[in-house]
Design a protein around this ligand. Structure first.
Ligand code: PLP
Length: 463
């Protein structure tokens, strides 16, 4: 497929999200613009678009009606598509991306060296290895248990190493199947809702409220401190809960998580706790749901090296499914998860696992913390810039995301205005659910000079 047709189509092969984005860019205009080759690399985040071939032939295979329920494109490919369209419109623009939330800083050498060594060893008879354990290498599982869950009663065999948290969210949904109900923070990372729709756990999208039927949206706003009022939340089988939250940056306190665990226990629900950003926390809120007594009987935790060590491209994560967690018939959830992992996944890359192991050595942990400190400094700069302009700003303290309030405004309009006038890519809050309307998320993943330049442009726009 030509790059031009890549850019001109609005269809992407990614899954969808609970947002309805107005398509405001004129594709016939953009097709005529000639783009310098160097700009093309900026389009790399665009998901592989579906080729729209002219053909009358159709197979007899019906489309999965659950996938057909999804609205528009998955949020981040849609943001990337708009960025690409913007570049076609302004080929010389110095676009700064504080949108998708991809890491930008190099992986520390102590980690890549371990991967390089493992990779080289694959060229030797002694060092070669093929398929590994689907659950991950024993040494890495043990290191994860001792690094992140020591004294929490989580053992190495409770941990499943994977190719990332998003992939595990999908596999968990396969474990749960279509006959469960689910709750989600509103706003939240779109993969929870979309995978739920794809599994057939939901009804149709309801345009008037911008929600799927049969999902319990737990509103998280500044008014409730971004923690849902559980007394108004209906019982569901599964509760997706992300802390620190993407996009709001809010981390739940020990007291709030204790309430959540009790709520799950009272209702016989399972919490899927996403701790992808736990390492960014500055206050003393729990890093893991398993810090809460009783959580092992009601919770699964998914985590990732993506934002810990810049492994967004390397791909490595893990999910903890405690052996104490049982379905209503007494069958261990971990055994079914293991079955799905063995059926749908063949284990994380051995090279990536060597990198993961290096991350957890003392020098790896130190190097990781240094990069995280850099992003945290970026976060402070962004928070400072919006504060000085008089905006109400949330997040930032415990997560690399800044959640900026534009009361009464439409998120996609704010996103478009910022992009048009400053060439900065952000993420519209409504893309994370109706509760995100009126906000934009500004990511702190970026080179320092870009973050500083972005803040200068925000100053110019809003001063
Ligand atoms: C809350 C949350 N969970 C999971 C993921 C995906 O992580 P991974 O790269 O490990 O698939 C992301 C990525 O942005 C995220 O924000």
């Amino acid at each position: 497929m030509s790059l031009m047709s890549n850019l001109s189509t609005s269809m992407t092969s990614s899954s969808s999200s609970a947002f309805l984005a107005p398509t405001s860019f004129n594709s016939s205009r953009t097709q005529r613009v000639s783009v310098p080759v160097k700009s093309f690399k900026i389009c790399k985040c665009v998901s592989t678009p579906l080729e729209q071939q002219q053909t009358d032939y159709k197979t007899k295979v019906p489309r999965n009606s659950n996938i057909a329920k999804l609205q528009a494109g998955y949020l981040f490919p849609e943001v990337a598509r708009r960025r690409a369209a913007h570049l076609l419109k302004y080929p010389n623009a110095q676009v700064i991306s504080l949108g998708i939330g991809d890491t930008t800083e190099p992986i520390p050498d102590v980690i890549t060296s371990a991967m390089a060594k493992r990779s080289q060893a694959l060229s030797t008879l002694e060092g070669y290895s093929g398929y590994g354990a689907e659950q991950g290498e024993k040494a890495l599982r043990a290191a994860l248990a001792s690094t992140f869950y020591s004294n929490l009663g989580i053992e190495e065999d409770d941990i499943f190493v994977s190719d990332g948290a998003k992939c595990d969210i999908g596999r968990l949904q396969v474990v749960f199947g279509s006959n469960v109900t689910m709750a989600v923070q509103d706003p939240s990372y779109p993969a929870y809702v979309d995978s739920s729709v794809i599994m057939g756990q939901t009804g149709q999208f309801q345009k008037d409220v911008e929600k799927y039927a049969n999902i319990e949206y737990m509103r998280c706003t500044p008014e409730n401190g971004f923690f849902p009022d559980l007394s108004t939340v209906a019982r569901t089988d599964i509760i997706f809960f992300c802390s620190p939250n993407n996009p709001t940056g809010a981390a739940a306190t020990r007291e709030q998580l204790t309430q959540l665990v009790q709520f799950a226990k009272d209702n016989g629900s399972i919490i899927v706790y996403d701790s992808a950003y736990a390492i960014y926390m500055s206050d003393d809120s729990p890093r893991s749901i398993f810090e809460i007594p009783g959580a092992k009987e009601v919770a699964i935790e998914t985590a990732s090296f993506s934002k810990y060590a810049g492994f967004t491209g390397v791909r490595l994560g893990w999910t903890v499914v405690p052996k104490q967690l049982l379905f209503s018939d007494g069958f261990p959830v971990a055994k079914d998860f293991n079955r799905i992992v063995c059926t749908c996944f063949n284990g994380a890359s051995n090279i990536a696992q060597a990198g993961g192991l290096a991350c957890l050595l003392p020098e790896g942990l130190e190097a990781m913390q240094e990069v995280i400190g850099f992003y945290k400094e970026n976060t402070k700069i962004i928070v400072g810039a919006f504060n000085s302009l008089g905006f109400k700003v949330y997040g930032g303290q415990n997560a690399p995301y800044v959640w900026v309030h534009f009361p009464g405004q439409n998120s996609w309009d704010v996103f478009s205005e910022i992009l048009e006038k400053t060439h900065i890519v952000t993420t519209p809050g409504s893309g994370f659910g109706p509760g995100g309307e009126g906000f934009i998320r500004v990511s702190a993943f970026g080179h320092r000079e870009n973050v500083l330049e972005a803040c200068r442009r925000f100053q110019q726009l809003y001063n």
